[in-house]
Design a protein around this ligand. Structure first.
Ligand code: ZN
Length: 93
């Protein structure tokens, strides 16, 4: 009984995950969504562990390019920011 309920909850959860990511499910989209989730989660973990290691070696909050201090407002929005706004904007261009 508990097993059957678990399976039902699991299948019910998938469309919700797809919807939250804003993808429109098509055939074979479920595996694709799972891969995309895995990639995004891995990137999040890398960003967080990167930020933590910069905290421990004392470089957190400094631009890794020009070594200027990253403004607190930027870190509030993007806690794992590695570059100052001017440098990041140049990269996005
Ligand atoms: Zn910089």
């Amino acid at each position: 009984m508990a097993d059957r309920l678990g399976t039902r909850l699991e299948t019910a959860a998938h469309p919700a995950l797809v919807g939250r990511l804003g993808h429109h499910p098509t055939h074979g989209a479920r595996a694709h969504t799972r891969d995309a989730l895995l990639v995004a989660t891995r990137q999040n973990i890398e960003q967080i562990t990167g930020g933590l290691s910069r905290i421990s070696d004392g470089t957190y909050g400094a631009c890794q390019k020009c070594h200027e201090r990253i403004p607190a407002e930027r870190l509030a929005v993007l806690p794992h920011a590695r570059f100052c706004v001017p440098y990041q904007e140049k990269q996005n261009r």
